[in-house]
Design a protein around this ligand. Structure first.
Ligand SMILES: [Zn+2]
Length: 310
């Protein structure tokens, strides 16, 4: 009788202690699935881990803690650094000059694809994925064609020319509107390119925008000289970007929009959509488009003062 009572008491204790635990476990298991954005890994950590395998540091590739331009470029165009291992990403996020760009492009496996009257030149895996996408699109009666004459491979001079086409008129505009003095403008015109870019970042913080319409950031349509994904031969500007079906086909073949507001611009990542958050990209919806961008906004260091711009 005594023994039965003890067993009973033990059972009671077990029930009292165990039951809430059981209920708790169940609640944990039935939690709502997280969204892709919640589950996204940390972009910087992913890139650092990847570089470490090659005995490299982020600081050597893209010094985001000390250089304002590198920081900006890493955040805005960094998506390519998590691309599939068949893709060659550049040895640095800001190419200094034409020689550096040429040295990188020369050693790549490249392929030229003829599309109608135009040709595009890309890294081989990117080109092959594009060819497959074009075939898949054709089955749905759709086309994928380059937008403009320099839709894929570019050189340093191209990026410099495009930068100047925005920088010069915008600077003249803000001088005329007495926001920037002629003296400061002249100093900026003579700066080394990377310092000039840093200066534009500073000016734009005041709302003195350097886009064509002087109403948006210059970076919404132009990459700083030496920083474009087109230099890495992993980007294509697509004429049919506004067609949702075309975007879907491109996505299914590893091509994604990765730069906010640059809607015609697609980047070859060579990855499935499920893989992107695992590598630190988050989907940002804007105007019906989805841009896959680096998940780093929260951890970028606070803005540095002018002494840090180098
Ligand atoms: Zn582009």
């Amino acid at each position: 009788m005594m023994r039965t009572l003890v067993v009973f008491a033990n059972l009671l204790v077990l029930l009292l202690i165990g039951a809430p635990n059981l209920a708790h476990n169940q609640a944990t298991r039935t939690q709502q699935p997280k969204s892709a954005a919640d589950e996204a890994k940390d972009f910087r950590a992913y890139v650092e881990k990847r570089l470490k395998k090659d005995d490299k540091k982020l600081e050597d590739i893209c010094p985001i803690d000390t250089n304002i331009v590198a920081r900006r470029v890493f955040k805005d165009y960094g998506a390519m650094f998590i691309a599939d291992s068949n893709v060659e990403f550049p040895p640095k996020c800001v190419f200094r000059d034409e020689n550096e760009v040429t040295a990188f492009q020369t050693n790549l496996d490249k392929k030229t694809v003829a599309i109608g009257a135009r040709t595009v030149e890309l890294q081989e895996t990117a080109a092959e994925a594009l060819e497959d996408a074009i075939k898949a699109a054709a089955k749905q009666g759709l086309t994928i064609t380059p937008r403009g004459a320099s839709a894929s491979r570019r050189n340093y001079a191209d990026t410099f020319r495009i930068w100047k086409s925005r920088f010069d008129p915008a600077l003249a505009h803000w001088v005329k509107n007495k926001k920037i003095s002629e003296q400061d403008a002249e100093i900026a015109r003579k700066m080394e390119t990377i310092d000039q870019v840093a200066q534009v970042i500073e000016w734009e913080k005041n709302g003195w925008w350097f886009s064509t319409g002087m109403n948006r950031s210059i970076f919404s349509s132009v990459a700083a000289p030496g920083t474009s994904q087109h230099l890495s031969m992993l980007a294509l500007d697509v004429a049919e970007f506004s067609d949702k079906r075309v975007r879907k086909v491109l996505n299914e073949h590893g091509w994604y929009q990765t730069i906010i507001d640059d809607t015609p611009h697609f980047t070859y990542l060579g990855l499935s959509e499920e893989e992107l958050p695992k590598r630190g990209l988050i989907p940002e919806s804007k105007d019906g488009y989805i841009f896959w961008i680096p998940n780093i906004s929260a951890e970028l260091p606070p803005k540095k003062d002018k002494a840090d711009k180098r």
